[in-house]
Design a protein around this ligand. Structure first.
Ligand SMILES: *Cc1c(COP(=O)(O)O)cnc(C)c1O
Length: 361
């Protein structure tokens, strides 16, 4: 066995130099770091779900096409019959399917910076070149830079999150339309935070053959289920379907999602409560001395604060976990991102932050 390879010899260098997506431990913490919905489902619905588990045929493989689930998603989201649906184990898996499908030698996957980190990471996994076009200082699209980069790199696929993560803002709709018009490749509009925004790009599916729209149930209260979906024309989705691993959506995910999707009023009410709290927290943060708060159409708020590292650590010591973005990108210097929680959690966060600021000053 002396001639066996070491991992360093066998594993691709770009994988060796990656650091794994870090999920910090959060037991006993007020968890405001991952854009989860803080509200549980109502008791009766949870009991219904328990009944589903009791009767599920988990000795059998799941419905490979998840047809019942797709049907209710189609109805709930108002997806027209001309459009196909692809399901993923979270939308992360859909990003991966698309990247793998277009990863020809020399192909480019494009996004903006700062954006959702998985766009870049998955490009690396799939061996496709990544190009990130910097946003403007206010985190809006730099349309000129985008159009120049599209012309230069001819990206096979562009990912744009609408609203964007980690910045929380909606890009200018006109700028997006110009990008759609200028792109000869695929453009994926990632609407993970759709429930918290008052707008959508879904109607662009009819106008542009190469536009695909991605949604997820993760941010509306079902992060543990892992269900994302891609909406677009069959001419594209039929090929991504071939890359989708059989049975990627488990039996319990299908059953629970179907059951909860019969009660979307509950999810919408929770999203509305989160939007009300978002305004409160945002106003509170803006009134603090020395903070800069960025406008959010999502369920989290990005803000800049002096000594962000220290503030982050002090919050953590008080068992409040948010996301420290300082050092992740030059334009995010001293930036922190807080997910909107329940009124009680938000009050605790605001109080703790206030105390910490007066202690540091
Ligand atoms: C959270 C998030 C996702 C991932 O969602 P999953 O469906 O949980 O994989 C996708 N895109 C953006 C922009 C996100 O912030």
């Amino acid at each position: 066995m002396s001639n066996s390879f070491t991992p360093e010899q066998l594993i691709r260098s770009e994988i060796l130099s990656l650091s794994a997506y870090h999920v910090p431990p959060a037991t006993g913490m007020i968890k405001l770091d991952a854009m989860e919905n803080p509200y549980p489902l109502p008791l009766q619905l949870r009991k219904d779900i328990a009944g589903l588990a009791e009767n599920a045929s988990i000795n059998r493989y799941p419905d490979a096409s998840a047809s019942a689930l797709k049907q209710i998603l189609r109805r709930n989201l108002g997806i027209s019959d001309e459009m196909a649906i692809l399901l993923g184990n979270g939308s992360d898996e859909i990003i991966q399917m698309i990247a793998m499908a277009v990863a020809k030698p020399g192909a480019v996957l494009m996004s903006v910076e700062p954006a959702f980190v998985m766009f870049r990471m998955i490009a690396t996994f799939a061996s496709i070149q990544y190009v990130g076009v910097p946003l403007k200082k206010d985190f809006n699209l730099d349309l000129e830079a985008m159009l120049t980069a599209i012309e230069k790199h001819q990206p096979a696929v562009i990912f744009l999150a609408y609203p964007n993560n980690p910045t929380g803002n909606l890009f200018d709709a006109d700028a997006i339309l110009q990008i759609l018009a200028a792109s000869s490749g695929i453009v994926v509009i990632d609407e993970a935070y759709h429930a918290f925004a008052d707008t959508s790009m879904i109607h662009q599916l009819d106008r542009f053959a190469n536009v695909l729209l991605m949604r997820t149930l993760s941010k509306v209260g079902l992060a543990g289920l892992r269900l994302g979906l891609l909406i677009g024309r069959t001419q594209w989705l039929q090929h991504f379907e071939k890359i989708r691993l059989p049975y990627n959506i488990g039996t319990m995910t299908q059953l629970i999602a179907e059951s909860v999707l019969h009660h979307t009023d509950i999810l919408s009410q929770q999203a509305e409560a989160i939007k009300v709290e978002r305004t409160k927290v945002s106003n509170y943060l803006s009134a603090l001395e020395g903070t800069e708060v960025f406008p959010s159409s999502a369920n989290f708020i990005l803000f800049r604060i002096k000594n962000a590292d220290k503030v982050f650590q002090s919050l953590k010591q008080r068992c409040i976990l948010i996301k420290n973005l300082n050092g992740t990108h030059p334009s995010l210097e001293n930036c922190l991102r807080v997910t909107v929680g329940t009124p009680e959690e938000n009050t605790q966060f605001c109080k703790a932050l206030h105390t910490i600021i007066s202690e540091i000053a």
